[in-house]
Design a binder for this molecule. Structure first.
Ligand code: ASP
Length: 344
């Protein structure tokens, strides 16, 4: 069973080791991964690795990083059965969301993983995360198709759809959650695939298409009791701004002050896109439920339903890069592209 897996190490806690003299955490040479995790040899797969230079703390991730990563995956797409991306946890949900929109027609596993404790530490969660990610990236069904054909995050025994995931704990091994979409696979004694939740292409063999023109003229605005007009106007009058992700309360409700609704209306009247997503961890925006949601619909907001902020921001980057016309972007924001929104 010869499978070929490419490990792409970008930085983050997982690839760190304690320097025996200084006791400080330092990245180790990832080409020596089999010295750190000799268990992976037992798979019998061909496992190649590639390290970013420089390695970064994922707090430094920028759209150019996603372009580099997408290009690496495309250049190697024909040579490997699956990809495991080792990434810091802080922005992993943004990166997995971005790649899910940038890699159109992907039908091989692209699994992001990382760890809360460095791989070189005794109680590390990094080894299990890495070993299981490799196993998931290599798994195929009886027809030789991969079990997983999408961009995912694997963490603490659970495989999630990348663009449904958020980082939720800064200290527990269970660091990620996907509140609005089921777990794709649970790894215990056996790997239990949730076939109903996993994406399966209707036809296999469509060519991978890359979207690397990202337009980042996007702002995220979170409302809070006491938010004032100068702040909202300062954000909305940002030079060149094309879109805003507005984080609202509950099922998509906001303050009803005329100055607020007026400022939103002015922005949408000028062609700007405002996507309404909820500040809640779970559930969906429904601008028809309350009067305080309906006023946002009247102000021209797009319904982000149950999309995460991470997915909304990165989807906007990709769509704004593809279309000059904001109206088209607004329409496409309400339509699922890679499983990021639940059907109505
Ligand atoms: N700050 C680190 C990063 O995101 C934390 C981690 O690796 O988990 O790169």
């Amino acid at each position: 069973m010869d499978r070929k897996i490419l490990l792409i190490y970008t930085g983050g806690t997982i690839g760190m080791k304690q320097d025996p003299e200084t006791l400080l955490l330092k990245p180790f040479d990832f080409r020596q991964i089999t010295r750190e995790v000799p268990e992976i040899k037992k798979f019998g797969y061909t496992i190649d690795s590639l390290s970013f230079d420089p390695l970064i703390d994922s707090s430094d991730v920028k759209p150019a990083f996603w372009v580099k990563l997408a290009n690496i995956i495309q250049a190697n797409y024909g040579f490997y059965d699956g990809f495991v991306v080792l990434h810091g946890t802080d922005t992993m949900a943004y990166s997995a969301s971005a790649l899910s929109f940038m890699l159109e027609n992907v039908e091989k596993p692209v699994i992001f993983t990382g760890s809360q404790l460095p791989i070189g530490m005794l109680r590390t969660d990094g080894k299990e995360n890495l070993i299981s990610s490799i196993e998931l990236a290599a798994a195929q069904d009886a027809d030789g198709h991969p079990h997983i054909c999408e961009v995912c995050i694997y963490f603490d025994s659970q495989l999630f759809r990348g663009n449904r995931t958020v980082k939720y704990s800064a200290e527990n091994f269970r660091a990620f959650r996907s509140a609005n979409y089921p777990v794709l696979a649970e790894v215990g004694i056996h790997v239990k695939y949730n076939q109903d939740a996993i994406y399966h292409p209707r036809v296999w063999g469509r060519p991978l298409r890359l979207h690397t023109d990202l337009d980042t003229r996007v702002a995220v605005l979170k409302i809070f009791p006491g938010i004032d007009e100068p702040l909202v106007r300062a954000v909305l009058s940002t030079e060149g701004l094309r879109a805003v992700v507005l984080e609202t309360y509950g099922s998509g409700n906001s303050l009803s002050d005329p100055w607020f609704l007026g400022a939103l209306r002015e922005f949408t009247d000028k062609g700007g896109v405002i996507v309404n997503v909820t500040q809640c961890q779970a559930g969906s925006v429904d601008m028809g439920a309350y009067a305080n949601g309906d006023i946002l619909r009247q102000a021209g907001l797009v319904c982000g339903r149950d999309m995460t902020t991470e997915a909304a921001v990165t989807k906007l980057f990709v769509l704004l890069g593809q279309y000059n016309d904001n109206k088209t972007v607004a329409e496409k924001m309400e339509i699922g592209v890679s499983g990021e929104i639940s059907e109505k």
